[in-house]
Design a protein around this ligand. Sequence first.
Ligand code: GLN
Length: 272
Amino acid sequence: MVGMRSKRSIALLAVLLVMVAGSGCGKKETVKVGIEQNFRPFTYMENGDKKGFEVDLWQAIAQKADMKYELVPMEHGELIKSVKSGAVDLAIAGMTVSNARKNNFEYSSPYFQTGLVVLTSTDNGVIKGKEDLAQKVVATKNGSTAFNYAGEIQGAKIRSYSNVADVYNELKNNTVDAAIFDERNAHDFLQDKAQGQVKMVGETFNKERYAVVGKKRNKYIGKVNQGIESISKDGTYETMYAKWFGAKPDKMPDKIKKEMEYEMQHETVKGR
Ligand code: GLN
């Protein structure tokens, strides 16, 4: 039996411990945040600098949430593994919220909505969209949502690469018939590096909503969500969006979130 007195001192001790842990002995802990080396214009490295819409966005979120952080650049394939192993606490790198990943990870509120697209050689007159990919060789990035999507196309032959630069090179060299990837990144490639040799065909498909990802029950997601909310309200989000995408956002994060929650509840296709 634990007496009333000792119960009270246990409670007191607990409160003290929480206070010490919370204060970190006067130091704020540094949150490790994984970013991607090559996912323009969201997160990428350029001459040793970390750049992109998500780098700016994260900085603003962290400021609002009063978080000290360190950005850790790595390859896409390493990101999910590093979140899982705890090598980083969070990742911000165009991570699409998917029901399949939700079993293992926790997501923040989404802050960006986009989709997937099909790319093919400029002189390809046969492929006009995702409906024309049966029996075609289709390149995409390993472990991405585009890779999952491509895997479901009847009869398509999938080649996957860990770096999206290789996907685009194959397209330019005409060693594959088409590629599937995230729309904004593909758009960036078309503008900057395709030299007129590659085009986008058909509609944008498969909603991709990007969010910050962490381990299940991690202690940061709540703060991140508050940060997203406050930069949406005070105009920071809109300013950053305009800086990187040259226009006002079609949808603000709160709207993206509402739509996503509705659709995820009514989702019939599993595993995406
Ligand atoms: N949005 C895609 C995914 O979540 C690709 C992300 C990326 O390449 N950084 O899988």
